[in-house]
Ligand binder design. Structure first.
Ligand code: FAD
Length: 486
């Protein structure tokens, strides 16, 4: 794909002094029906649907290209954990038929290619302003309109303001003491350098053991001279058993894609895989073991479908959790390390991770796991990370510390609704929304997969489509009945 820049189309407004700025207070640079903030899968599909409805729409995107998550997360090993035949848009049968995935779980670069393909195919770019961060959105109650402001100084008046800012898009940078003095590079998996990082021969520290860490650690370990992983909380992970796309399987799905999409939509998580509805304890211990083994061999999230009550009955959940822990203990040679890697929380409550040789990586002689659950990281020196009173010298550090999830990207925008209340103030004690779609006091502000919706506990592209379709139906209904705000 070719990164696309639209610099210049939007006026860069220079405001040398406050007087001048005040005199601009009433000026509007553009008026349109809707602004969409973010050009990931949510923003792109929303633009497509609003155009269909005939609304003049602008999309503002902080990055220099489409794809959102897949534009920013370029760390080694980044790939989807819902199989690609289902982690993709379902709104266009033509798209479904014309696109081919090369692997069962496609890598970041291919998902980004797909996002670019969609942008080109549906000619989306002409309404997207890249490299432009939205800084504020203010509701004017008397006019029933939002004023959206960008970091480039543009002010746009719109009826609808649509937040497609992502649940996992505001990188969570830890602020350890002395971090600024560290002489080597410090990376964050969610803002990975576009030209890659070569860890060959380096002593590397990875902070975190969430999904990004679980995907990247085996690959970084292959390059690094030594790798030290700092773990606060272990996560359950199931082997992906990723493989090249089986062309027969692809063909079979494509012959009846709408049926698969419909089955996926009918599932609570928007993702179809066979679920054995039988209760766990109707099976004998031996049958259970065989069932778990069979699905462990298949790999991936379908492991959760072993029995119908695994996510609802604690005793049933204990059986699958213990099976997973046993797998860790049998995979990792050093039993002290294995024990540290064993979670003791509910299996599948946090989104399950999917890996390729994650646990096996700890058998390599140059890979070391440090438990920071009791003795946290104290800080950085010029050349090392200090934890539990021990200095760990590194050439480079990777923060796989995830995101300010759900609300992080909302907090970065000053969103002011009725009566001057900001969304951040309203959500101070936790976000309050209607089904994650909207929040009282913020009329015509729609949140795609906002907090309180299934979002990251679901296959997110169908979840996005469901929200967008509902919002577009709602806007169409408003037009029909002549409503100005909702
Ligand atoms: P995003 O893709 O996060 O896009 C939001 C966009 O908004 C970003 O480009 C951001 O730059 C932009 N933005 C934010 N604030 C502003 C602002 N103020 N001004 C302008 N632009 C702004 N989900 C699954 O279902 N299956 C998976 O396998 C899966 N794998 C994942 C792997 C990783 C590494 C991560 C981080 C997430 C994964 N997810 C997965 C979740 C993923 O985030 C969603 O699937 C989906 O890509 C979200 O799309 P989105 O458009 O809602 O948000």
């Amino acid at each position: 794909h070719v990164p696309f820049k639209r610099l210049g189309k939007e006026k860069l407004i220079v405001t040398p002094g406050s007087k001048k700025r005040n005199s601009r207070a009433a000026e509007i640079d553009a008026t349109c029906d809707a602004v969409v903030i973010g050009a990931g899968f949510a923003g792109m599909y929303m633009l497509y649907r609003l155009r269909e409805l005939g609304l003049s729409t602008r999309v503002y995107e902080a990055g220099n290209g489409v794809g959102g998550t897949w534009y920013w997360n370029r760390y080694p090993g980044a790939r989807c954990d819902v199989e690609s035949m289902q982690y993709s848009y379902s709104f266009s049968e033509e798209l479904d038929q014309n696109w081919s995935w090369s692997e069962k779980y496609s890598p970041q670069s291919e998902i980004l290619d797909y996002a670019n393909h969609v942008a080109d195919h549906f000619d989306l770019r002409k309404d997207i302003f890249f490299d432009t961060r939205v800084t504020a959105a203010t509701f004017n109650a008397s006019r029933g309109r939002w004023l959206v402001e960008t970091e480039r100084g543009a002010r746009i008046s719109v009826q609808f303001c649509i937040m497609a800012v992502g649940c996992l898009s505001a990188a969570n940078f830890p602020s350890f003491k002395g971090m600024d003095n560290f002489e080597g590079p410090i990376y964050h998996t969610g803002e990975w350098p576009h030209d890659g990082v070569n860890f060959n021969g380096l002593h590397v520290g990875v902070i975190g053991t969430g999904s990004s860490a679980i995907q990247s650690i085996p690959i970084i370990a292959r390059q690094a001279a030594s790798l030290t992983v700092f773990q606060r909380t272990p996560n359950y992970s199931v082997p992906a058993r990723n493989k090249k796309m089986d062309l027969e399987y692809e063909q079979k799905i494509k012959e009846n894609y709408p049926a698969l999409r419909a089955k996926a939509r009918a599932r609570p998580a928007g993702f179809y895989f066979p679920v054995n509805t039988k209760p766990t304890f109707e099976a004998t211990p031996e049958e259970r073991k065989n069932q778990f083994e069979k699905l462990w061999e298949i790999g991936g999230l379908p492991f959760l479908g072993a029995y119908g009550d695994l996510l609802f009955e604690k005793e049933a959940n204990d059986t699958i959790a213990e099976f997973a822990r046993e797998k860790i203990r049998s995979c990792v040679n050093d039993q002290e390390t294995a024990q540290l890697l064993c979670p003791d929380n509910v299996f599948g409550c946090k989104r399950l991770c999917v890996d390729t040789e994650y646990y096996e990586t700890y058998n390599l002689p140059h890979v070391n796991l440090v438990d920071i659950s009791q003795k946290p990281i104290e800080g950085f020196t010029r050349k090392a990370v200090v934890a539990g009173g021990v200095e760990y010298p590194f050439d480079a550090v990777v923060c796989a510390t995830g995101f300010a999830a759900m609300t992080g990207s909302f907090d970065k925008i000053r969103i002011t609704g009725r009566n001057g209340l900001t969304l951040t103030e309203k959500w101070k004690a936790g976000p309050k929304t209607y089904l994650g779609l909207s929040s009282v006091g913020f009329p015509n502000l729609f949140l795609i997969t906002g907090p309180g919706s299934p979002s990251v506990l679901a296959n997110m592209i169908p979840a996005i489509e469901q929200h967008v379709d509902w919002m577009v139906d709602c806007i169409a209904h408003m037009q029909n009945v002549g409503a100005k705000t909702i």
